[in-house]
Design a protein around this ligand. Sequence first.
Ligand code: TYC
Length: 103
Amino acid sequence: MVDAPVKPKTTTKTRPKLERPRLHKVILINDDYTPRDFVVMVLKAEFGMGEERAYKVMITAHRRGVCVIAVYPRDVAETKATRASDYGKKLGFPLMFTTEPEE
Ligand code: TYC
């Protein structure tokens, strides 16, 4: 009796391509009421910026209307944007930070 040819075992591993979770931008929005110094203070307190960087970001938002501050995983970006906006809210300023996914 002749053995049937042994079929080599081939295993096909399907590795699903997982998308890397997108980072989210935190964006500072200009307004006409929040004092410049206060915006700088919030940027330093919530985003760990030094005076010079915080001033540059504030003045960019002031001149252009918006400024991207930093990118983080979504939950971090949303928490920071909320906390930073709340600093203004407490004192009655319309200071606003938003988030959006990176392309
Ligand atoms: N435009 C404000 C002013 O002139 C200062 C300011 C800058 C407010 C940036 C918000 O995101 C902002 N007092």
